[in-house]
Structures are given as structure tokens and as C-alpha cells.
Design a protein around this ligand. Structure first.
Ligand SMILES: Nc1ncnc2c1ncn2[C@@H]1O[C@H](COP(=O)(O)OP(=O)(O)OP(=O)(O)O)[C@@H](O)[C@H]1O
Length: 836
């Protein structure tokens, strides 16, 4: 009964009796279900005639805590509905106020951030140009900063909706400046955490903005033409704090390779000078006469940077000097006016209002110089050396895209299909997921970091809508990674990241007047914000004692925002503290009531709802009457007490007072039913939202499954193709080597035969005899020739005999023989004649 004791001493609005006791007639305000008449055991001992207050039924129906005085006067009907948890309901009891509209509970303290809370939630109101009345009131808090707001439906709203009260870590009014916000949210302490205490690793930090479209999220995070945003301010503080302790990380410097080696996210790392030089080199050559070695025209950043620098690790890169001069500013503050017809993809980062993106180098001197953060100096570990690495990406249609590829700088590449990156565990980062394959730029100075930031923003998806001339169509993530190591020992680099997120705004298609692709984008934006809302609502429930598991894996956005918010599972070397997170909710107090109240409802750290009481008809009637007596009756009637004039007569006839009583009872019943209806409507809305979320998550899961299936199929296909190709090559090479072996074997055999033949020829005078299988044709021919030979030989012999017979002279004989020898030497030899 803590709440009860807290409420003692208050005064009943109807009878003016001071609350001093407990239920049962001694007076006092009762609160909570345990003190309800009809439920309490003391009820039976109390005045049996005491009417059962109508509110009792409401309690039964809604299970909500209520208050009433000892006289059971229904002075006001307070329903403090902390829908999320009983624990939250408990601390909402409050005495009624005397104002005509029900006040909200004052006992709702700004909740201290418990360890289960993922975010500190700040509310920033933007100055509004709208002629509408403000529906949002900031409660003044004299002791400290305002932390509570009340939102009251506009008078035009005929749905009699509840008045809601929300608690935030702190509320910033419309006149809050960028610097007020920076110091108010204690951004410096986030940066300090990222830098790490002496001898300790840093801790990740996250600053994000949330709100409906046009509520000032980008204004807060990225600033405008004249004012810096939180990003630029944080960068300045970071660079001036680490100042002299930044490592030299030009290509070829040992720090560069060690930084690249220490990166766990499979990133493409470049120095800012090389990166900017590669992107803007050609067009800026006139303006940067001092810069040498301007790379070739860049058609794709990676191949050129890689071939230029990876192959020549020691290649000198000339730095781009800080530039002065009047040049067109790359800013978000141009293009169409809100309300004008949507203009597709009219990038806010274009110069001269044209539709072409520029490839002019961003110039730090022309960027806003205020607020200057010179006065902010953070304590830094003096024994350490640091490197600051910047990466940027956006979540567009639930896919992650690198913003530093440089493809948007050259017009030719604006149509190129971008490759989505994965948020996954890598080989070197098994215990936590990282966005793999990002472009990371090592920045040596604040100016370089600003140029990289502006370059990345050129690539971000923005479009003009009916609600905002420069509406972000994606959730933008700007990451500043601080690498730290011992300056003396040069040990391993530790890493902590400050992520600054500019979320896309939720929007209603009717107001934003979007269509086609922009409408589809809005659908995805709203869906991801709905998941974010669920996560935030659960975190707020958890503060009240619930132990909900935050469902952050439902979409890329929540995964990226929340996955580092929990303690690392690894307790060893890679242990990471949960990140310190800050959520800034932006709201236009005169803007769209429905959209704004919805966002405030799920982002607030605590909330309560007050259903306005429907005034009693009888009191209205009687109040307009002349007598005070009537009023007294009404009060009695409303308290449920019977009065002499209010009773039915024994004859059964009802007096006017009895009718009035009845009327009042009916009105109270109507009020009860209306309150009930309101409660059920809210529950229904919640359940519907939950169902929709579940359906959307189901659909998203199906999509993801299909994607995964396709990925697995592609992977299998690629793997199989690769394996088949490798096998084919293996077989081909085996075949080739087999053929070669055979050839060699044959050659060696032939060699042996030739050698043997030669040796045989050398050993013997005989001609080489070649033994071959007899050819039948040849054989026939040989036989024929032999036959002819025989015939000729016979003829010859015959002729010889003839000649011998004709001459007996030896000389003639010799002459004949000589002639014969020329004709047939063999036959002559055979005859034993020799040449003389
Ligand atoms: N606190 C502020 N002070 C002055 N002007 C503001 C403030 N907040 C927002 N604005 C102006 O309102 C306009 C819309 O703001 P902004 O683009 O930041 O909205 P947003 O929430 O980022 O919208 P979206 O979600 O569509 O991107 C801009 O012109 C911006 O300068």
C-alpha cells in the first residue's frame, strides 16, 4: 500500500473531506485493486448501505486501478492505464485535481534508466509553421529539466480519445539549439565511452533519431546550411580530443597495414586522401595544382584504388589541402517545398537545384562552422594512439548498401545496380555480427572526415514528398570507428564504434502524396519502424519488470540497432560491453496528431492514459438550475446514496428525484461503457498492431526464407559448377599427362630400335634386313619378276651357247663377254670374269 500512503492527505473534490484513513468509512483515498470495495474483506463490515460504486464494475472489466474517497464520491473517474505491466500500473496512483479536465498522474516519475533499458529516450520538439493548435504540452519541472509531456487530442477529434502522458529522459522544447541538444543528451559522454578509459577498451555508442517524416531528424543529425548537426559536432570533439595521438596512416606506413589487418569486417580500407583523390581527382585538378599523381578517371573506385595502391604499397599519396573559396555547398536544404508535388529522387545533396549529382569536392570551409565545439575537451588516454575510421551505409528496403562506393559521384554510375551487403559474423568476428565488405576510410583530420561524410551523403536515397521536400528514403548509418592501442608497445588494436543513425520517417501515403517506388519505399520504412516500435515498447515493458525478449531480429534496422546492445556472449578477450544508446524522438507539436502520438506512445519510457469523464447530464441540467439544493442532490446521487427525495415512493411511483437518480445512473453506466469501450478499442488497436506485425514478420520471414533458399541454390550451383570444372581440369590434365607418357614411351622405344639397328648395322656388313609380313601383291609381283628373270636367263644362256658356237676366236669371245657384263654384271661375276 505504498501508493496509498503516498496519497494520504489529499482532498476529495466533491465533499472536500481530507483523505486520512482507509476504506470502510474512516476516510482516505484508496488506490489499487486490493482496496476495492466488493473485493476487500472489510467491505462486508462497512456500511452495508454504501452503494457499490459504478467504478467497481470498471475495475472488474478493465482491471485498472482507480481512486475514490472515503465517501465513495465518484468525483472523477481516473483510469491510469499502464498497459504494459502490472509494475507500471502500480505507480500511477494520483489524487484528482480540481481542474475541469482530468489531470494526469503526478506520481509518474521520470524513470531512471535501469540496466534492462536499451536506450535513453529524449524528445525534441521542432518549431512548427503550422496554424494548428499545439496538441502537446510539456510539463514544467522547476527542479530539473522537463521530462513529461501530455498529449491531448485536438478539439476537432470527435472520437473522445484519451489524454496521454508520456515520460522521457528529457524533453527539449522548440527553441532548443543544436548545441543544447548535444550537451543535453550528454553526447560527450558517449564519445568518451568510445575513446575508452586509460588502459581500457572503448565502448560502442549509438545515437539515433526517430520521428514522423519532416519532424527534424536529419536536421538534428546532419544539420542544415547554417548549423552543424550532431554528427559534425561529435566528429569535431573526437578529432580535437585525439588530436596529436592520431597515427600516421598513409599508404605504406606500418600503421596502415596493421589497421587493415586488424579489421574484422572484410572491409575495403583506404586513406581519406587516396579516397577523395580518386573520386574527385580529375575534375578538381585545376583547383589542386599541388596535387600530384592524380589517378585515372574513376569508373569504379575499387579496381582503381586497389590497383593503384595495393600493387604499389609504398606509392606516395599527396594530401588534399583544406580548401577555401566560394563554392556551391552540398546540402539538404534545397529543392522543392513541402506540399509541392513529389519529385522523384531529387537528391538534397545537389548543387544549383539541378537534378544532376555533383562530383565537386566537398569543401570544409563552406560547410557550416557553428556550433563550434572548441570548448569541449574530453580526457583521453595519453598512453594510447588512435586511428579514426569512417564508414557509411544505408538500410534501404531492408537491405544494406554501402554509401562510400563513390558510384554516385560520377553520373555514369548512378544507374548501376548496387550490391547489398550482409550483416553477419565473419571469420575474425565470430561472436558478433558486422556489416561485411564496407568501404572504410581512415581520416587524419576533421576536415577529411567532413569531406567523406558529404561524399557519402551524396549517395543516400532521398526524395521529395508531400510531407518533406527532402525526405530520407532510407535509414542512414554513419559509423565512426575508433581504433586504439598502446603507443609504446604497439600492441593489437582495440576497436569501438560510435554509430549515428538518421532514421527515415514514418509517413502516411495520403499526406506524403507518394506513389510508385516512393510509396513502396514508405511501406518498407513504416514496416521497419513498426518493428522498431515493438522493440522499444518491449524495452519499456522490461523496465516495469517484464522479462520480454526484445524481438530485434525481425528486420535489418532493428538488428543493426539492437544487436550490440546486449552483453557479448564471449567472456574472453573479445568481450564487448553493451553499447550506450541514445534515441532522440523528434516531434512536431502541431503536426499530424495520429502519427506523432503513435510514435510517442511506443518510444516513451513510461506512459499513462486518462479517459476523460463524461459529465453527468443531471449535474449539467441542475447546474443550470437556480438552486444549490439540486446540486446537493446530484452530488448525492452521483455518490450513489439514496436521499429521501430520491427514493421511490411506497406506492411505486417515482419522484422526479428518483428519475434524476436513474438518469444519473444511466449516464454513469454510459460513462462506464464508454470507458470500457475506449479500453477495449485500445487493446484491439494493440492486438491489431501485434497481428499485423506478426503477419509482416511472417511475410518477411518467408521472403527471407526464399532469399536464403535462392542464395543456397546459387551457392550450391556455383559450388557444383566449380567442383565439376575442377574435376574436368583434373581429368584433362591426367589425360594429357597419360598421352605424353605414352608418347614418351613410344619415342623411347623407337629410339631403342634405332639404336639397336644402328648397332646391328655397325656390327654386320649385311644390309639391314627388314622383316616384314609378305605383301600378297608384292609377292605376286616378285614371282612374276623372278619368272621373267628365269626366262631372260634362259634366253641369255641360249644366246651364249649360240655365240660360242659361232666363233672360236678368243678375242671375239672376250668382246661378247664384256658387252654382256655391262648388261648384266651379276651374271658376269657369276661367270668368274673380272674387269681388267
Ligand atoms: N529544430 C528545428 N529548427 C529549425 N528547423 C527545423 C528543425 N527541425 C526541422 N526543421 C526543418 O524542417 C524541415 C524538415 O526537417 P528534416 O528534413 O530534418 O525532417 P526529417 O524528420 O529528417 O524528415 P524525413 O524523415 O522525411 O527525412 C527541414 O527544412 C528542417 O530544416
Amino acid at each position: 500500500m505504498d501508493s496509498l500512503s503516498a496519497l494520504l492527505g489529499h482532498v476529495c473534490q466533491t465533499c472536500g473531506e481530507a483523505a486520512a484513513g482507509s476504506e470502510g468509512g474512516s476516510g482516505g483515498w484508496l488506490a489499487g485493486k486490493s482496496a476495492l470495495p466488493g473485493r476487500s474483506t472489510t467491505r462486508k463490515q462497512s456500511d452495508a448501505r454504501a452503494p457499490r460504486p459504478l467504478i467497481h464494475n470498471i475495475i472488474i472489466a478493465t482491471q485498472l486501478p482507480v481512486q475514490y474517497c472515503a465517501h465513495k464520491h465518484l468525483c472523477k473517474l481516473y483510469i491510469h492505464a499502464h498497459w504494459n505491466s502490472p509494475a507500471q500500473r502500480r505507480h500511477t496512483q494520483t489524487p484528482p485535481s480540481t481542474s475541469t479536465t482530468p489531470d494526469v498522474a503526478m506520481a509518474m516519475e521520470p524513470p531512471p534508466r535501469p540496466s534492462s533499458s536499451l536506450f535513453d529516450v529524449y524528445l525534441r520538439l521542432r518549431p512548427s509553421n503550422s496554424a494548428n493548435a499545439r496538441f502537446l504540452t510539456v510539463e514544467e519541472n522547476e527542479a530539473t529539466h522537463p521530462t513529461h509531456i501530455t498529449i491531448k487530442p485536438p478539439t476537432s477529434d470527435n472520437r473522445k480519445r484519451a489524454i496521454e502522458r508520456h515520460a522521457f529522459t528529457r524533453v527539449f522544447e522548440e527553441d532548443a539549439k543544436q548545441l543544447d541538444l548535444f550537451s543535453g543528451i550528454r553526447a560527450a559522454s558517449v564519445i568518451e565511452g568510445v575513446l575508452g578509459a586509460p588502459g581500457h577498451h572503448g565502448r560502442d555508442g549509438l545515437i539515433a533519431t526517430l520521428g514522423v517524416t519532416g519532424s527534424g531528424k536529419s536536421h538534428t543529425i546532419l544539420g542544415t546550411k547554417s548549423q552543424r548537426g550532431l554528427t559534425q559536432m561529435a566528429l569535431q570533439v573526437l578529432f580535437q580530443s585525439t588530436g596529436g595521438q592520431l597515427v600516421q596512416s598513409f599508404y605504406g606506413a606500418p600503421a596502415f597495414s596493421s589497421l587493415a589487418a586488424a579489421d574484422v569486417s572484410e572491409s575495403n580500407m583506404f586513406t581519406a586522401t587516396a579516397y577523395l583523390d580518386s573520386l574527385y581527382g580529375d575534375d578538381q585538378s585545376e583547383r589542386f595544382p599541388s596535387r600530384g599523381n592524380t589517378p585515372m578517371p574513376v569508373y569504379d573506385l575499387y579496381p582503381i584504388l586497389k590497383s593503384t595502391f595495393s600493387s604499389r604499397p609504398s606509392a606516395g599519396i599527396h594530401s588534399i589541402r583544406p580548401v577555401s573559396g566560394t563554392l556551391s555547398r552540398i546540402t539538404r536544404s534545397m529543392t522543392t517545398k513541402p506540399g509541392s508535388p513529389p519529385k522523384k529522387d531529387c537528391s538534397s545533396f545537389i548543387t544549383n537545384g539541378g537534378s544532376r549529382r555533383t562530383n565537386k569536392i566537398p569543401r570544409p570551409s563552406t560547410l557550416p562552422q557553428t556550433p563550434d565545439m572548441d570548448h569541449v575537451a574530453l580526457p583521453v588516454d595519453t598512453t594510447a594512439e588512435f586511428a579514426i575510421i569512417i564508414s557509411m551505409y544505408e538500410v534501404y528496403n531492408d537491405r544494406i548498401f554501402d554509401l562510400l562506393t563513390g558510384s554516385a559521384i560520377k553520373n555514369k554510375h548512378s544507374s548501376l545496380k548496387r550490391r547489398a551487403l550482409l550483416f553477419k559474423s565473419t571469420e575474425q568476428s565470430t561472436d558478433r555480427k558486422v556489416v561485411a565488405g564496407l568501404t572504410k576510410i581512415i581520416c587524419g583530420s576533421f576536415e577529411e572526415a567532413l569531406m567523406v561524410l558529404e561524399t557519402g551523403l551524396v549517395e543516400r536515397k532521398v526524395a521529395g514528398t508531400g510531407s518533406n521536400a527532402v525526405s530520407s528514403r532510407s535509414h542512414g548509418f554513419f559509423c565512426v570507428e575508433v581504433k586504439k592501442r598502446d603507443a609504446q608497445r604497439k600492441g593489437p588494436w582495440s576497436s569501438s564504434t560510435m554509430t549515428i543513425v538518421d532514421l527515415a520517417g514514418s509517413e502516411r501515403a495520403r499526406q506524403a502524396k507518394t506513389a510508385g517506388e516512393t510509396l513502396a519505399e514508405a511501406g518498407k520504412i513504416n514496416e521497419s519502424l513498426m518493428y522498431l516500435g515493438q522493440c522499444m515498447q518491449m524495452q519499456s515493458d522490461n523496465q516495469g519488470g517484464s522479462k520480454n525478449i526484445i524481438p530485434f531480429r525481425q528486420c535489418k534496422l532493428t538488428e543493426l540497432l539492437f544487436s550490440n546492445s546486449f552483453p557479448s556472449s564471449s567472456r574472453q578477450q573479445n568481450y564487448h560491453h553493451p553499447q550506450k544508446s541514445i534515441m532522440i524522438v523528434n516531434a512536431d507539436p502541431k503536426g499530424d496528431f495520429n502519427a506523432t502520438s503513435q510514435i510517442l506512445r511506443y518510444s516513451a519510457l513510461a506512459r499513462e492514459v486518462t479517459v476523460p469523464r463524461i459529465p453527468s447530464t443531471s449535474s449539467t441540467i441542475l447546474a443550470s438550475g437556480p438552486t444549490g439544493r439540486s446540486h446537493k442532490h446530484t452530488s448525492s446521487a452521483s455518490s450513489g446514496r439514496t436521499t429521501p427525495s430520491g427514493r421511490a415512493t411506497p406506492s411505486g411511483r417515482t419522484t422526479p428525484s428518483a428519475m434524476l437518480e436513474e438518469l444519473d445512473a444511466s449516464n454513469a453506466e454510459i460513462a462506464r461503457l464508454t470507458a470500457e469501450m475506449e479500453v477495449f478499442a485500445m487493446r484491439l488497436a494493440e492486438e491489431t498492431a501485434r497481428r499485423r506485425a506478426a503477419e509482416a514478420s511472417w511475410r518477411a520471414a518467408e521472403d527471407r526464407m526464399a532469399d536464403r533458399e535462392q542464395e543456397v541454390r546459387d551457392e550450391c550451383h556455383a559450388f557444383t559448377e566449380h567442383a565439376v570444372e575442377a574435376e574436368r581440369r583434373r581429368w584433362q590434365s591426367a589425360l594429357d599427362s597419360e598421352l605424353e607418357n605414352q608418347q614418351n614411351h613410344l619415342d623411347s622405344k623407337i629410339d631403342i630400335v634405332i639404336q639397336a639397328t644402328k648397332a646391328q648395322v655397325r656390327q654386320s656388313d649385311d644390309a639391314v634386313k627388314v622383316y616384314e609380313d609378305p605383301d600378297p601383291e608384292l609377292q605376286e609381283r616378285v614371282q612374276e619378276l623372278e619368272l621373267q628373270n628365269e626366262i631372260l636367263r634362259a634366253k641369255l644362256e641360249a644366246k651364249e651357247r649360240e655365240g660360242q658356237a659361232r666363233t672360236s676366236s678368243p678375242v671375239k669371245k672376250m668382246r661378247v663377254l664384256k658387252a654382256k657384263r655391262w648388261e648384266d654384271p651379276e651374271s658376269v661375276a657369276g661367270l668368274g670374269f673380272a674387269d681388267d
